[in-house]
Design a protein around this ligand. Structure first.
Ligand code: DGL
Length: 252
């Protein structure tokens, strides 16, 4: 039975890509809610409702026996609701991202960037506090960054200025480690590392992979989206996972 990976759109393919690379024999199915992306500025109630619909679609139609909320916004607002409703192991990206950052920081000062919903939930702060009471977390919501990635603007003056605008206040706080708390940001990681070479930049994937119960299956890869229209969906998908075709999912 496949692992169901879901996200507000195709950004979560940054997580899917790492999962399928690391676990080539395990079946994985991805569902991105491209019809309703972005989730990051929506209310917690709506994010929970949408996330439950995605998880229900995967468990009912594909009998997924593990779920991965690849989306930071879903993980920070809806993980408990998903766990309550579906009787399968469910993994979010917040705890693994926090674990990775706590391991990396040398001065116990971590920065987190993400959507408005992720940052205002305080989920990363709580996850870091559970692991290390001595570590301070400084956060910034960066709504422009996901939009730049959607447009494929990953290099040059415009993303540089946006990154500096959002990160400078965190740098001023003396952070030595940065959690990329949004699925889109790994695509900006090379630029962030170029601007701030002293920072340890991390995300959830390294610590997420060992949590999955890896199985020897057929290595089946399916990518479903709720709306395949719009150029950025196809081009982001191609950039991240190449030729795996997009299929249409009709949520009821
Ligand atoms: N996938 C979302 C996340 O990781 C970013 C895009 C959105 O706002 O829906 O938070």
């Amino acid at each position: 039975m496949p692992v169901g990976v879901f996200d507000s759109g195709v950004g979560g393919l940054t997580v899917y890509r790492e999962l399928i690379r690391a676990l080539p024999d395990t079946d994985f199915i991805y569902l991105g809610d491209t019809a309703r992306v972005p989730y990051g500025a929506r209310s917690k109630e709506i994010i929970i409702q949408y996330a439950l619909e995605l998880a229900r679609y995967l468990t009912e139609n594909y009998h997924t026996d593990q779920l991965v909320a690849a989306c930071n916004t879903i993980s920070s607002c809806a993980l408990e609701a998903i766990e309550r409703e579906f009787n399968v192991p469910t993994f979010g990206v917040i705890a693994p991202g926090a674990e990775s950052a706590v391991e990396l920081t040398k001065n116990n000062r971590i920065g987190v960037i993400g959507t408005l919903a992720t940052i205002s939930s305080g989920a990363y702060k709580q996850a870091v506090a559970r692991l290390s009471g001595a570590t301070a977390v400084f956060q910034a919501a960066c709504p422009l960054l996901a939009a730049l990635v959607e447009e494929g603007i990953l290099e040059g003056e415009i993303p540089q200025l946006a990154i500096k605008m959002y990160l400078e206040p965190l740098i001023d706080k003396g952070i030595d480690t940065l959690i990329l708390g949004c699925t889109h940001y790994p695509l900006l990681a090379p630029l962030i590392r170029e601007i701030y070479p002293h920072l340890s930049v991390t995300d959830s994937t390294k610590k997420l992979i060992p949590r999955i119960d890896a199985k020897v299956e057929n290595g089946r890869r399916i990518i479903m989206v709720t709306d395949a229209g719009g150029g950025s969906t196809e081009s982001l998908k191609t950039r991240l996972v190449g030729g795996i075709p997009l299929k249409k999912a009709a949520l009821s």
